[in-house]
Design a protein around this ligand. Structure first.
Ligand SMILES: [Zn+2]
Length: 389
């Protein structure tokens, strides 16, 4: 953790984020629309009650701006896939993905114990883990195109009892046969021993974050859309809540927009879960930012710094959530001993600002924060960032 950053960001003299721009006519009683097969969700203020498979959280703002609509799922196959991926990585010693510099599995987990399991269960489970460890476990969940397709397909197969169309042609996943066999072989074992508990954790995570979305989601989505100069996506954002969600606890692919987020990762609890969810959603708004970074660095004949756009996204969502917590009426309990005014944004709280990101954070404090304060334009902030990098 970086104390200097926390002190700086907690400065109470800082004005609310461009508050004048956000006096929108948003309704204080959000609508919750259960999907057709969905969870019944109670009205605002009460804890959501879940009965089936999915939950759609939407809000009405009375403005022309698209509303944030998260469609939350706790799906069997996509959870099994990520759990097998984790177990295979643990079997391989939990090393970094071979094709990227992205990190080792978090949270720190031990391989599951199979003690006292029936012999057939042990064999079926170990076969599936071995299959994953041969190839898939070395791939990056986000950056590897095959993994993205697998995740999207298994997400769509949520209600299917099988993956190769045995019960209905709608359940033909189109995934490679050896993967389908491994998943179907592991499925009864997973269902018997882990699924109930992991599904419950997913639903509890949704129940915890839903009231915060209802309370702060409209305002935050409007703020992010203004900052990034992109409208909030008009379609529902599919969110798969999974027990294990990869080394970073969440990731987002964009075509279509698909957020995968861990319910078990200790970093995703309380308001931090809310911040991560909107960080992930903001990946869909980053087009103007990445284009401006590319333009400004090329104009100065400078190499585009790796991941700078991503540090900017973390910085921005974290700073706006911090201000919403500090100046808004967010009064939820979260993993924070010093109360709401000491909210330390996710990236600072969980140590992302190290190496080149530490340098990025200093520049963002100098040149991007004035933009968030409404003191300089987007173009000026981008130009100054590129000039001083
Ligand atoms: Zn991200």
């Amino acid at each position: 953790m970086n104390a200097a950053f926390g002190d700086n960001m907690a400065c109470s003299a800082m004005p609310p984020f461009r508050r004048h721009k956000f006096l929108r006519l948003f309704m204080t009683a959000p609508l919750l629309l259960p999907a057709a097969t969905g969870w019944a969700v109670a009205s605002a203020g009460a804890a959501p009650v879940y009965g089936a498979q999915q939950s759609s959280i939407t809000q009405s703002s009375g403005t022309e701006s698209p509303l944030p609509v998260f469609e939350m799922h706790s799906g069997f196959w996509v959870n099994l896939h990520h759990f097998l991926y984790l177990q295979a990585r643990l079997l391989k010693g939990n090393s970094s993905s071979s094709d990227t510099m992205r990190g080792a599995a978090q949270p720190d987990e031990l391989p599951v114990s199979l003690t006292d399991f029936p012999e057939a269960d042990i064999r079926a489970w170990q076969d599936a883990v071995t299959f994953y460890s041969k190839d898939l476990a070395g791939r990056d969940l986000l950056l590897n195109g095959d993994m993205e397709i697998i995740n999207n397909q298994l997400s769509a197969m949520e209600t299917c009892p099988d993956l190769d169309g045995k019960t209905t042609p709608l359940c033909k996943s189109g995934l490679r046969q050896d993967l389908v066999e491994a998943l179907e072989r592991a499925a009864p074992v997973y269902r018997a021993h882990w699924w109930a508990q992991q599904d419950r954790a997913n639903r509890e995570w949704i129940a915890q974050v839903a009231p915060i979305i209802q309370k702060m989601g409209v305002e935050l989505s409007g703020q992010l859309a203004d900052v990034y100069q992109r409208p909030w996506p008009s379609q529902r954002l599919r969110v798969d809540v999974v027990w294990y969600g990869g080394p970073f606890g969440a990731y987002t692919s964009l075509d279509p927009i698909h957020v995968t987020i861990s319910s078990h990762d200790p970093r995703n609890r309380g308001v931090y879960g809310f911040e991560v969810l909107f960080h992930e959603a903001s990946h869909a708004l980053a087009g103007a930012v990445t284009a401006a970074i590319a333009h400004n660095f090329r104009e100065r004949d400078k190499p585009i710094p790796r991941d700078f756009w991503h540090a900017l996204l973390f910085y921005t969502t974290g700073e706006i959530v911090r201000r919403d917590v500090e100046y808004g009426t967010m009064s939820f309990t979260f993993e924070q001993s010093n109360g709401p005014s000491a909210y330390l944004p996710y990236a600072a709280r969980f140590g992302l600002y190290s190496g080149s990101w530490e340098h990025f954070r200093g520049l963002l404090d100098l040149y991007w924060l004035p933009y968030l304060d409404g003191k300089v334009s987007f173009d000026t902030a981008m130009a100054r960032l590129a000039a001083d990098m």
